[in-house]
Design a protein around this ligand. Structure first.
Ligand SMILES: C[S@@+](CC[C@H](N)C(=O)[O-])C[C@H]1O[C@@H](n2cnc3c(N)ncnc32)[C@H](O)[C@@H]1O
Length: 261
């Protein structure tokens, strides 16, 4: 077997850490799985435990009962640890960015993997991974805090990055720009004056500040009001699956990548 592409990095993970991204994936891209003949999902770099891959499997089986999920890890010891948890439709194998699976995956989730590489590598591996997707497939690449209460992820298809999503528990930040430390590797160095992502986070903080009175009805109402303020200046999708109250009320906000990247 050829050497897996990539490098072993820290294996930090935790139960329910990726719940926010899984929920978004199921709601926004569930149709990709529903439409596929034999839906295949890869969880790339699942870390020191099989837990988040098993959670992804269970969440996606709820919307497509025959979905197959393959956890891929570059650390052979972590593959050995996960193997006892295999079951029908869920398997674990050694590999890297080359994605050693039998057919192009419909979905690839890679969380807290690329942040441990350089910025140039991150762009390169985006290309490599999206080039391996089945037609209409999606890569969800993101970063989150240790508990998963603050997360940012990018949705990519065969033509590149398409969406950027911010997601946070309402008690896990003081102002929206606190999420900047979870920006993808390809954007984090661009969070400086003069760059769009910086202007956006500044506007988001302003929208949050002027929406403070809505906090009397709870932070969810304040978030919803902030999104309303932001929508006047930024192309916030306002209808499902990417936008609308049902998504925003979760402490989530998705924008087209082109608006920020
Ligand atoms: C920080 S853990 C993330 C675990 C899990 N995805 C999460 O978010 O909780 C990153 C894992 O990715 C693995 N990894 C890094 N580069 C990889 C690659 N190219 N292919 C497969 N796994 C990789 C590392 O060995 C490590 O176990």
């Amino acid at each position: 077997m050829p050497k897996p592409v990539g490098a072993i990095t820290r294996g930090t993970t935790g139960a329910n850490r990726l719940r926010r991204a899984d929920r978004w994936l199921a709601a926004v891209h569930g149709r990709v799985l529903r439409a596929a003949d034999r839906p295949l999902v890869v969880d790339l770099g699942y870390g020191a435990s099989h837990t988040t891959t098993l959670e992804l499997f269970e969440r996606l089986r709820a919307i497509r009962p025959d979905v197959e999920v393959v956890g891929i890890e570059i650390d052979p010891a972590r593959v050995a640890l996960a193997r006892p948890y295999e079951r029908e439709g869920l398997s674990f194998r050694l590999g890297g960015f080359e994605l050693p699976v039998a057919r192009p995956p419909d979905v690839v989730r890679a969380f807290n993997v690329l942040r441990q590489y350089g910025e140039a590598d991150a762009w390169h591996y985006w290309d490599l991974l999206t080039g391996r997707l089945a037609p209409g497939g999606v890569l969800v690449e993101g970063t989150c805090s240790e508990t998963g209460h603050r997360a940012v992820w990018v949705g990519l298809d065969g033509s590149g990055p398409r969406t950027l999503t911010f997601s946070a528990r309402f008690d896990a930040f003081e102002r929206p720009s606190d999420l900047a430390d979870r920006l993808p590797k390809t954007l984090i160095h661009r969070n400086v004056p003069g760059e769009r992502v910086h202007a956006f986070l500044k506007d988001f903080d302003h929208a949050w500040a002027v929406s403070a009175p809505y906090g009397a009805h709870g932070l969810r109402q304040r978030w919803l009001a902030s999104v309303g303020v932001l929508s006047a200046r930024w192309p916030v999708p306002r209808t499902p699956p990417l936008g609308g109250r049902a998504r925003w009320r979760l402490g989530e906000l998705t924008l087209p990548w082109d608006a920020l990247g």
